[in-house]
Design a protein around this ligand. Structure first.
Ligand SMILES: Nc1nc2c(c(=O)[nH]1)N[C@H]1C(S)=C(S)[C@@H](COP(=O)(O)OP(=O)(O)OC[C@H]3O[C@@H](n4cnc5c(N)ncnc54)[C@H](O)[C@@H]3O)O[C@H]1N2
Ligand code: MOO
Length: 435
């Protein structure tokens, strides 16, 4: 590391740790003097908020069901295989050999029902083709010899060999997968094989993204105190990867008109989840809290003991069963990522009827400084053995996370070299979603 790099790294760490509350119980910058929710509890609260809501359902063509969850169990509409079929290219034979080869063409996959075999007869057959009635075995081409009109087997022939009997995998009506299963590419294949053209699933949760801030540019280089909006380009595709349907991304100013538009979205949006960015802290134009108060929203999480991302929040809009929520992400870009993984992801999984992500840990390489009271989320690269913390992990920086495979969950007080840390995979690394 050059001295300049080292300086930068230290500065990033300083910034990541700078917002240490003097009183561990007080949450600064999130609109009041109250307790921040612990990081694990915040994730649980978000998952709880999204479960127990009456799910919407729809019937969709197979390809559109990818990444959604089955509302009903998947029952076979047919026996599989639906007829006795050959498992190999070779010969269908009846009785003991040698056999007389039936003249003419063989039996191909997809061909009409073949003529029954006579005892001592053989017919050429392709993998997947219907087995002629009276067949006792299939002999692979490489295990047989044709001598004139006679077929000889090179090795012992067992009755039933290389025949896939009808119903070997399932009988019509068998339950193939329970309700609640995620529709993966493999499930689409199975459903098609079992006779389905459409599936009944829970639609993806709909999300509306509202990006707050007057200082944001949508193109060109930063100038005159204005900066590029880094969150609009990032959040839509990210939420898409988390299994949401992003219905709109809108930018709202910090002026009264922006506050009014925010209030309208909070009260009227037909999204299941409204996500805001910025305006969560206690600055003069931070109007997320006032708008939520005005709308009578219930704050389920208001500040989380995590760095970055401390001022993130989760609110319930409307009543308990209608299931509309708002997640307020802090404006600092890595803080927004932290809020996305802490609150939005568990909530969206629950709303989609998906199970929460399986937890796993990886030993960390090197010591990781901790916050005195709060959890830290630190971008890491994953090697075969370790999670390697990345620099440039300050709340306003995306340079670390853009190079990362995941975020390591560093407990308060930090981690020693080799300590097992929970890893939050980034969705494009784990490949856990289908879009
Ligand atoms: N007095 C205090 N001030 C702040 C505290 C605090 O505890 N006391 N907390 C700090 C923390 S931690 C965070 S995180 C931020 C959260 O601020 P807001 O959610 O209110 O966000 P803004 O003030 O609107 O913006 C913060 C920062 O992020 C930049 N930003 C905003 N949106 C975008 C975007 N779309 N793309 C790129 N960058 C964005 C914005 O320009 C600011 O620099 O509050 C601290 N303050
Ligand atoms: O550190 Mo704030 O917590 O920048 O999100």
């Amino acid at each position: 590391m050059t001295p300049t790099d080292a300086d930068h790294a230290l500065q990033a760490l300083d910034e990541a740790l700078a917002l240490v509350s003097r009183d561990p119980r007080a949450s600064e910058g999130s609109g009041g003097d109250h307790r921040a929710t612990g990081w694990p509890q915040a994730r649980e609260a978000a998952a709880r908020a999204g479960s127990g809501i009456r799910p919407r359902t729809h019937r969709v063509p197979l390809a559109e069901a990818l990444g959604e969850v089955l509302v009903q169990s998947l029952e076979a509409l047919t026996d599989l295989p639906s007829f006795d079929s050959s498992a190999m290219d070779g010969w269908a034979v009846a009785g003991p050999g040698p056999w007389t080869v039936r003249p003419g063409g063989g039996v191909l996959a997809g061909s009409e029902r073949p003529e029954p075999l006579a005892d001592g007869e053989a017919v050429r057959i392709a993998t997947g083709a219907r087995i002629p009635a009276e067949t006792t075995a299939v002999i692979r081409s490489e295990h047989s010899r044709e001598v004139g009109t006679q077929l000889h087997a090179d090795r012992a022939v067992l009755t039933g060999q290389d025949i896939r009997p009808r119903g070997q995998e399932c009988r019509s009506g068998d339950m193939l997968l329970p309700a609640g299963s995620l529709v993966t590419p493999a499930v689409l294949g199975l459903a098609a094989a079992a006779g389905y053209d459409e599936l009944i699933t829970r639609p993806r949760p709909r999300v509306e993204i509202l990006v707050l801030g007057d200082e944001l540019l949508t193109e060109g280089r930063p100038h005159d105190g204005l900066i590029r909006d880094a969150l609009s380009p990032m959040l839509g595709p990210w939420l898409d990867r988390l299994g949401a349907e992003v219905i709109a991304t809108r930018r709202l100013g910090d002026d009264p008109a922006g506050a009014k538009a925010l209030l309208a979205a909070v009260t009227d949006s037909d999204a299941d989840l409204v996500i805001t960015t910025g305006g969560t802290a206690s600055g003069p134009v931070d109007h997320v809290h006032p708008v939520l108060r005005e709308a009578g929203a219930e704050l389920l999480v208001d500040g989380v003991a995590v760095r970055p991302g401390h001022p993130m929040l989760l609110a319930r809009l409307g009543d308990r069963t209608d299931g509309r929520h708002l997640v307020g992400l802090p404006g600092n870009p890595l803080a927004a990522v932290s809020g996305l993984l802490t609150l939005a992801e568990p909530l969206l999984r629950a709303l989609a009827g998906r199970r929460q992500r399986p937890r796993y840990t990886v030993p960390v390489q090197g010591e990781v400084p901790g916050h005195p009271y709060d959890t830290r989320l630190v971008p890491v690269l994953l090697t075969d053995e370790h999670a390697v913390p990345l620099r440039y992990n300050g709340p306003a920086m995306l340079r670390g996370v853009a190079a990362a495979d995941g975020l390591a969950v560093v407990p308060p007080q930090g981690a020693r070299d080799g300590q097992d840390l929970e890893i939050l995979d980034l969705p494009w690394v784990s490949g856990g979603c289908f879009t």
